[in-house]
Ligand binder design. Structure first.
Ligand SMILES: Cc1cc2nc3c(=O)[nH]c(=O)nc-3n(C[C@H](O)[C@H](O)[C@H](O)COP(=O)(O)OP(=O)(O)OC[C@H]3O[C@@H](n4cnc5c(N)ncnc54)[C@H](O)[C@@H]3O)c2cc1C
Length: 305
């Protein structure tokens, strides 16, 4: 660690929070990628603010990582400070409002809301990753998007200030939120206006059913990032990829999931992120050449690409 960085850490007492050179392979569901120069798991507002101040003082780039289930991390790693949100996971209920921190796993948040007698999010059961990641990319399934029940988002800008955004459906679209693409905020808390219910066991069963269907479709069989590409208007990315005879395409350790052509898998755990990226580029180019349709990534790239 550079001396000036160490001095600053000691000054603001961050020593216990900062990890140096953290391997991120196990922080992404496809299990590839390099190291974070510095990483930290803040557990509350104050720790988060201290980390942001430290990074600003040291001129360190800041990267936010949730569950890493929609993110390809460069093999070259991530320069600067990576803030991993998974320890920011508290929740509370105010009437019909379910308020949950951004690092809580989405599936767990949905279960806890049901335990609290609140339904509405159950069709999103089984989507891996955190609440913050789901809000960032407006995750969805079965024609439900997370934005459908979202009421507010508390986000912190990297100057340490907390802001509340009252959300409106018009601000969201397919896999897009007002936060998508922003690299200057962290989603700290989301508030959902849910439906009070006394039928909690039925709601829980519905959630378990959709999760089971996902399992049967083979979505969790191999390390992956879920769907790589967004569905183009009036088309399905998986069908386009199949129509271009790409189902058996592979690069290095990265290949296409035999049961879902829009998913790249790291079956034996030997793929690098560069393999995955090269396969993505191959698919995009082939689909473009054969169908004149441009596929757009749903996944995000982080680190030094
Ligand atoms: C097997 C499998 C199935 C999947 N099925 C679905 C599905 O049905 N529907 C669907 O929509 N997605 C699906 N996904 C994709 C993924 O689960 C979702 O996009 C998920 O919501 C991402 O959350 P995350 O915490 O893992 O985000 P990450 O991958 O950690 O991050 C994604 C992006 O969000 C940013 N980010 C994350 N947290 C925050 C935060 N708190 N503040 C600011 N920025 C943040 C990151 O910087 C990054 O740019 C699937 C993935 C897998 C592996």
């Amino acid at each position: 660690m550079h001396t000036n960085v160490r001095n600053s850490i000691e000054k603001i007492n961050l020593e216990h929070l900062l990890l140096e050179n953290l391997n991120l392979k196990d922080h992404t569901s496809i299990h590839c990628g390099g190291n974070a120069q510095y990483a930290a798991y803040p557990t509350d507002f104050e720790e988060l603010r201290m980390l942001l101040t430290f990074a600003q003082e040291q001129n360190l780039e800041i990267t936010i990582l949730g569950g890493g289930t929609n993110t390809l991390i460069s093999d070259q790693g991530i320069a600067g400070l990576t803030i991993i949100t998974t320890h920011l996971a508290r929740r509370h209920v105010q009437g019909e409002m379910y308020c949950v921190r951004g690092g809580c796993p989405l599936d767990k948040a949905i279960s806890q809301a049901i335990d609290d007698g609140l339904g509405g999010l159950e069709l999103l059961g089984g989507i891996p990753g955190t609440v913050g990641g789901a809000v960032y990319g407006n995750s969805g399934a079965y024609d439900v998007q997370i934005s459908d029940l979202l009421y507010y988002v508390d986000y912190m800008t990297f100057d340490g200030k907390l802001h509340r955004m009252q959300t409106h459906l018009d601000d969201f679209s397919y896999r897009r939120s007002p936060f998508t693409g922003r690299k200057d905020i962290i989603i700290y808390e989301a508030g959902f206006r849910l439906r009070p219910t006394t039928q909690t066991s039925e709601v829980r069963t519905r959630k378990d059913e959709v999760k089971q269907i996902r399992k049967q479709k083979g979505l969790y069989d191999y390390p992956s990032l879920g769907s790589i590409f967004k569905n183009p208007p009036n088309n399905k990315a998986a069908a386009l990829i199949e129509s271009c005879d790409l189902k058996s395409a592979s690069v290095g350790g990265a290949s296409i999931n035999p049961s879902h052509a829009n998913i790249i898998v790291n079956t034996e755990g030997k793929a690098t992120s560069s393999d995955v990226k090269a396969l993505i580029d191959l698919i995009k180019q082939t689909v473009q050449d054969k169908t004149q349709i441009t596929l757009e990534e749903e996944i995000k790239y982080i680190g030094r690409w």
